[in-house]
Design a protein around this ligand. Structure first.
Ligand code: CAP
Ligand code: MG
Length: 485
């Protein structure tokens, strides 16, 4: 198949072999008819292929094909071929449409990822392949769970209105006994913090048995609620070797007497897997499902030639039903990330209508030809609320969880970059490295938020708030030391 493309009066021939030719249609007009998941890859072909040849090989391997045309294909199987429908050689971008009938019925996210970022990431025909954005048609959205218990529910439980949920991760990351762990929780909560999470490796270590950790956290929470008069939340890491053990941990937490809303289930969504994420979402629709993305860097670091964007990871987490996922600190904290990358991801999972790197994604389930209803839904975008009784309208919000090297001096800088306070922030060292300890660290975090809300520079606010003053002194010095090191 000869495909010619004229660019600045230069005609270029992208001749394809018959195998490649059945995975391309540059005149394809129906790609937004609701039958296709759309994907855009940043792709650099291996030297042996031109960009269109390589794109067709990727479309084949990520849908129905292999590296040769097979005798066994049928007229129907060809209808399931993914199609390259656009490409931009200068930008090394290729657009591929996937008939979503290909995917496992019943809302299985793991299956989609096995197709579109499965074997193709290992193919010799490309030297770069990064999935940078995806688009789900509303007809597809209604097949998937989306979040059930959301950040709105957590904020309602905590009695929080228009501000971030203030959280921490207990540090040291590992090594505390269960009672020591619970004491640090108590200190953070009585310092004014809302939310404590297990760190991503916390599980059933001999020095901190799971059942004892849960028991001591419950005691600490009860005491802290009594002392402060405020509701508190703890996010328990329920990742485990197998589903039975994961469920056992969930049931142990629920049997420990925590009131609904006071606990979340944290899952290491990449190392434990998407089946674990969706199992938790389906078994516990009344619990905040907290997706920790440890090891995502292997796919999402901006310098990786092979992988996918933070936006893609976050959009699939929302589709799978995570109530919240870590989306990065946009370069403000310790992890790699840019505003373009991390804030696009954060907004991409919060809003009902969100602009991605390439696509504008509507998370409404209302059919695209239902103009009246769509108008109503989109007009309501300003609230981006999908309330319980109208979840038929769309996929509920998924909360950005902002963490990684943050401290009270960085709260306002992050909010300024993000342009929203609709997130959970968790500061580990940012609280526990405070020279006067965790309680003061939590209070400093609360004071940095107060300063933000009162539009007072934290340096000025610190003059009458000693915990914040000590935090600024410590972390600003720390910053200078690390910069001069
Ligand atoms: C943060 C953290 C989180 C990272 C994960 C850590 O601790 O507990 O796991 O935020 O990164 O272990 O590093 P600190 P991300 O607050 O002490 O840095 O949120 O980017 O997925
Ligand atoms: Mg951690």
């Amino acid at each position: 198949m000869v495909i010619k493309k004229v660019d600045k009066n230069i005609e270029k021939d992208y001749s394809l072999n018959p195998h490649q030719g059945s995975y391309v249609n540059l005149n394809f007009k129906e790609y937004q008819n609701g039958e296709y998941l759309l994907a855009v890859f940043h792709m650099v072909p291996d030297k042996s292929l031109n960009i269109l040849q390589a794109a067709c090989e990727i479309a084949a391997e990520s849908s129905t094909g292999t590296n040769f045309l097979v005798q066994t294909e049928t007229p129907f199987s060809k209808k399931m071929n993914a199609l390259v429908y656009q490409f931009d050689e200068k930008k090394n971008l290729v657009w591929i449409a996937y008939p979503w009938r290909l995917f496992d019925r019943g809302g299985n996210v793991q299956n989609i990822l096995t197709y579109i970022v499965g074997n193709v990431l290992g193919m010799k025909q490309v030297s770069t392949l990064r999935l940078i954005d995806v688009w789900f048609p509303s007809t597809m959205l209604e097949q998937y769970d989306g979040p059930s218990y959301t950040l709105d529910d957590m904020k309602k439980y905590l009695g929080i209105k228009n501000r971030p949920v203030l959280g921490t991760i207990i540090k040291p990351k590992m090594g505390l006994t269960s009672s020591e762990y619970a004491e640090v929780c108590y200190d953070f909560w009585t310092g004014g913090g809302d939310f404590v999470k297990n760190d991503e490796p916390q599980a059933n270590q001999d020095f901190c048995p799971y059942d004892k950790m849960v028991k001591h956290v419950k005691e600490a929470m009860d005491k802290a609620v009594k002392v402060t008069g405020k509701k508190k939340v703890h996010s328990f890491n329920v990742s485990a070797a197998d589903f039975d053990t994961m469920i056992e941990r969930c049931e142990l937490i629920r049997a420990a007497g925590f009131e609904p809303g006071s606990y979340a289930f944290l899952i290491d969504g990449i190392t434990a897997g998407w089946m674990a994420v969706q199992t938790l979402r389906r078994k516990y629709p009344d619990v905040f499902i907290h997706f920790h993305r440890a090891s995502h860097g292997a796919y999402t670091r901006p310098e990786n030639p092979i992988g996918f964007s933070v936006l893609v990871l976050s959009k699939f987490a929302r589709l799978a039903g995570a109530s919240g996922i870590h989306t990065g600190t946009a370069g403000v904290g310790k992890m790699k990330g840019s505003p373009e990358e991390d804030i696009t991801a954060a907004k991409g999972i919060l809003k009902l209508l969100a602009k991605g790197h390439i696509f504008s994604q509507s998370w409404s389930k209302v059919q695209s030809n239902d103009k009246e209803m769509l108008k109503l839904v989109n007009e309501d975008n300003v609230h981006h609320l999908i309330l319980e009784d109208d979840s038929w309208r769309g996929i509920k919000k998924c909360a950005p969880i902002i963490s990684g090297g943050l401290n009270p001096t960085l709260l306002k800088p992050f909010i300024d970059v993000a342009g929203t306070v609709d997130f959970i922030t968790t500061m580990g060292a940012g609280c526990h490295a405070h020279p006067d300890g965790t309680k003061a660290g939590a209070t400093a975090l609360v004071q940095s938020l107060e300063a933000y809300e009162k539009k007072i520079p934290i340096e000025k606010y610190a003059k009458t708030h000693k915990e914040l003053a000590r935090s600024i002194e410590f972390f600003s010095k720390g910053k200078k030391d690390s910069e001069s090191a």
